[in-house]
Each structure stands twice: as structure tokens, then as C-alpha cells.
Design a protein around this ligand. Structure first.
Ligand SMILES: [Zn+2]
Length: 77
């Protein structure tokens, strides 16, 4: 059964939070190998989380999130 990109995007957050089921993780992993746009979204989200986790454990305000996203974009070599 094919999973749409919308399904994957919705579960991506659970996956990144470590809350996805084993089945869901497998579906996402397989989908990411075949779908460049979801793979890109996944790498992007995981980078954001890494940066945010390094900075603080508090919930991040949107203004800071935007700055983090810009920093990631401009930090590319
Ligand atoms: Zn996809």
C-alpha cells in the first residue's frame, strides 16, 4: 500500500520525536529512500531539531525558529 507524502510528513514529527511505531518507522524509512522531497524535509527537520536541542531545552518561539532556519540555510558551505 502506497503512503502519500502527506502521510509521511505528518508522521515525520513522530519519527523525529522517537514516538513513531516500528511499522511507521519502516514505512517512513522506505518512503524517504524513494522520495527526494520527503527526504529533504526529513533532513531539514532533523537539522532544526539538532540545532534547537543544542541551544536550549525550552520551547522555541517562532521568531527564534525563523532565525535558526535562516542560519541553517546560510551556513551551508
Ligand atoms: Zn514523499
Amino acid at each position: 500500500m502506497a503512503h502519500s507524502c502527506d502521510d509521511i510528513c505528518r508522521d515525520l514529527h513522530l519519527y523525529l520525536d522517537g514516538e513513531a511505531t516500528v511499522t511507521s518507522r519502516t514505512v517512513i524509512t522506505v518512503h524517504l529512500e524513494d522520495c527526494p522531497s520527503c527526504a529533504e524535509a526529513f533532513h531539514f527537520e532533523s537539522q532544526v531539531r539538532m540545532v534547537v536541542a543544542r541551544c536550549c531545552c525550552e520551547p522555541v518561539p517562532d521568531s527564534l525558529r525563523v532565525r535558526v532556519l535562516r542560519a541553517i540555510y546560510t551556513a551551508d558551505p
